[in-house]
Design a protein around this ligand. Structure first.
Ligand code: ZN
Ligand code: ZN
Length: 142
């Protein structure tokens, strides 16, 4: 066991999570679905082994969209994460909902074909025109 503990939650504080694992990958997603679902120009996501994530508070609202389940707070609507499928062994959490998002450093930009021209892209990061699927991301060892 390691002592990693990443905590976060929604705007109103009803839904909280605690993760006992480093992220497998952290990426910036510029896709239109993430933009619409969050209202942000792009979203920084971090992928974790599902069993390393403990939730508290009311169950997250699940919205099925494009073969994924988008998770949000049932009270305040904050977008919290994505489950690739109901049975997935990973969960993707929005870095912006974490108490210390500065620790989530993106490794790449994905869906740059949908990237807004006024969002600067880091030139030192790999860019993927379409998605790295979250399913292909290596989960960290819990
Ligand atoms: Zn909330
Ligand atoms: Zn996306």
């Amino acid at each position: 066991m390691n002592s990693v503990c990443i905590e976060g939650g929604c705007l109103c504080g009803a839904v909280r999570f605690r993760v006992r694992s480093e992220p497998g990958i952290v990426l910036n997603c510029h896709c239109i679905d993430c933009r619409r679902a969050t209202g942000a120009p792009f979203v920084t996501w971090a992928v974790f082994p599902r069993q390393a994530v403990e939730w508290s508070g009311p169950a997250a609202r699940r919205v099925p969209w494009a073969d994924r389940l988008r998770l949000s707070c049932p009270q305040c609507g904050s977008p919290l994460g994505i489950l690739p499928t109901e049975q997935a062994d990973i969960v993707v959490l929005a870095a912006g909902t974490m108490d210390r998002p500065e620790g989530m450093v993106p490794a790449c930009d994905v869906w740059t074909q949908d990237h807004l021209p006024w969002v600067p892209l880091a030139t030192n990061l790999p860019h993927h025109v379409a998605g790295l699927t979250v399913e292909s991301a290596e989960p960290a060892r819990a």
